[in-house]
Design a protein around this ligand. Structure first.
Ligand SMILES: Cc1ncc(COP(=O)(O)O)c(C=O)c1O
Length: 419
């Protein structure tokens, strides 16, 4: 007989609260403080100095990733914008992205004058291959897969599909810094990848981003996109093509210094979170009654910062979330009272209603755009159904494996009673 649920007066599985915390920001110690102090004492805060922290972070991150080139910028959004410019995306082009991501991914596409085309996700919580294929038009130039919450999407199949249709791939790894997929870092499968280093990410310097690629031409165009003053700091002869002027996404030596220290902690952070996820997964029932696990193509490479279960129906999912809360486990859901998950296209009003800063209606009404993309709140029913039924759990560096096992035990108990 199933144990009595805490919501019905039984004893909660988790007696003490699971420790809260983050990843990189929870690991800040004297090393980051010393690195920042050193920059301030040097008085050299501008990145174009000798032995620059930003420059060193770029080469260290590139070496870590096994990528040939990397450029640090002021945010993940800027990194995607520079990557898109790098791979040659601009007005008239459609770029396919999933309906489950932060609005910044879509905003970056609009930022380069291109058109976001929103596709469904599947049980990997990443792009659904079949829907991507359906959404390819003669105007499609790139696919922008997003690796949400540290879990790479079905990347190999997406890249194969892109190559078949002669499309570029730029990977949004903002939530998957350091994540690997079949032996290669996320972000190095496509033509370019982007990290965010904002406060909520695996490693953080407060705000920051990195765009990386193996292709020098992409790197150079990304660098022009990031810094109109570049030709002032480096002579034209150092560039292979003529610099063009775009926005400025330059970052500072202070942030570069923090980012370098955080990068040196990346594998330790991921070692810890991966152990947590492994302990969680080992404890979770093999034959759940009421849900399926999120599909993970390569469990060894993912970051281990999150887990998700997809309950068979919405009403049951709400019951699971309530029962789990009573057992001491909070689940992230699309319908949380107060602050639901906003990483869903239904919250992207400025995209859905094609808001433009320009009276022309750019980029949707740009004469170079010959397509007819339309949006609506219910345009991705599969995404809404999956996210409505998905319960998500986070792992942080302050947790121990026993906490992860207790989380799984709470899910097992609820599933045995309600599934
Ligand atoms: C999936 C995803 N893409 C892009 C971004 C944008 O990164 P940033 O906030 O550093 O601009 C974020 C940040 O939250 C994100 O989660």
């Amino acid at each position: 007989m199933a144990a009595r649920l805490a919501i019905d007066g039984g004893t909660p599985v988790i007696a003490e609260p699971i420790p809260g915390g983050m990843h990189g920001p929870s690991m800040i110690d004297q090393r980051e403080i010393d690195a920042v102090t050193e920059v301030l004492r040097s008085g050299k805060l501008f990145r174009f100095v000798e032995d620059s922290n930003v420059g060193n972070f770029e080469s260290e991150a590139a070496a870590h990733l096994g990528a040939k080139h990397a450029l640090m910028v002021n945010s993940g959004t800027s990194a995607i914008i520079c990557g898109l410019t790098g791979i040659g995306i601009g007005p008239g082009d459609e770029v396919i992205l999933p309906g489950y991501t932060f609005i910044a991914t879509a905003a970056a596409i609009v930022g380069v004058g291109a058109i976001p085309v929103i596709a469904e996700i599947d049980d990997s919580l990443g792009l659904d291959l079949a829907d991507v294929e359906r959404k390819i038009t003669p105007h499609t130039k790139a696919i922008l897969p997003v690796h949400m919450q540290g879990v790479p999407c079905r990347l190999e199949a997406i890249v194969e599909l892109a190559r078949k249709h002669d499309l570029k791939v730029i990977e949004d790894c903002c939530q998957c810094v350091g994540g690997q997929y079949k032996g290669k870092y996320a972000g190095t499968w496509g033509d370019a990848g982007a990290w965010s280093l904002n406060y909520y990410k695996v490693i953080s310097c407060g705000e920051g981003g990195l765009v990386f690629t193996d292709d020098y031409d992409i790197y150079e165009r990304a660098a022009f996109a990031a810094e109109p003053g570049l030709p002032m700091w480096m002579s034209d002869s150092e560039w292979q093509s003529k610099p063009f002027s775009r926005q400025c996404y330059r970052t500072s030596e202070i942030l570069g210094a923090i980012a370098r220290v955080q990068l040196s902690k990346l594998e330790d952070i991921l070692g810890h979170t991966r152990r947590l996820k492994k302990a969680f997964t080992a404890e979770l029932a093999d034959d759940p009654k009421g849900y399926i696990r999120q599909h993970v193509d390569d469990p060894t490479g993912e970051c281990g910062i999150s887990a998700a279960i997809i309950v068979h129906d919405l009403e049951l999912a709400k019951k699971y979330a309530d029962a789990l809360r009573a057992e001491g486990l909070n689940a992230g859901t699309a319908y949380n009272e107060g602050f639901p998950d906003r990483h869903i296209y239904t919250y992207w009003d400025s995209i859905l209603f094609k808001h433009s800063p320009d009276a022309s209606g750019y980029p949707w009404a740009d004469p170079r755009y010959k397509g007819d993309v339309e949006y609506s709140r219910d345009m991705c029913p599969q995404t809404l159904s999956i996210l409505g039924r998905a319960l998500r759990f986070g792992f942080n560096v302050n947790m121990q494996e026993e906490h992860a096992r207790l989380m799984a035990a709470a899910i097992n108990k609820v599933d045995a009673a309600l599934g």
